[in-house]
Design a protein around this ligand. Structure first.
Ligand code: ZN
Length: 104
């Protein structure tokens, strides 16, 4: 997502420069993947270092994400009954760190 490769190439966050990066089903992303977005979100650039080169790409993007309220998607719905256990819902919600995308 941030870019990479032997010769560092821009990732989605740089391809979204001056645009929107939309992450659907946010909890499905690895926590480590989401954590690496913190720096570029604050700095509006990303630096990718490899053995032979270091490249800085711009990454001034707006992050928009979506997620369901629970794994089945029906928690809080009037027309369908959520079949998720409380533990499953907490685990699902726990995928998103409360501090990961804290605004300053
Ligand atoms: Zn559910």
């Amino acid at each position: 997502m941030i870019g990479g490769g032997r010769i560092p190439r821009p990732g989605e966050i740089s391809l979204a420069h001056f645009g929107i990066l939309f992450l659907d089903e946010l909890p499905e992303f690895k926590k480590s993947t989401l954590e690496v977005l913190r720096g570029p979100l604050e700095d509006r650039k990303v630096t990718i270092s490899r053995v032979n080169s270091t490249i800085t790409y711009p990454s001034n993007f707006m992050l928009i994400a979506s997620m369901n309220p629970c794994p089945c998607g029906y928690y809080g719905c009037d027309n369908h009954r959520c079949k998720c256990s409380e533990q499953a819902i907490l685990k699902y919600m726990g995928q998103i760190s409360r501090t990961t995308f804290r605004s300053n």
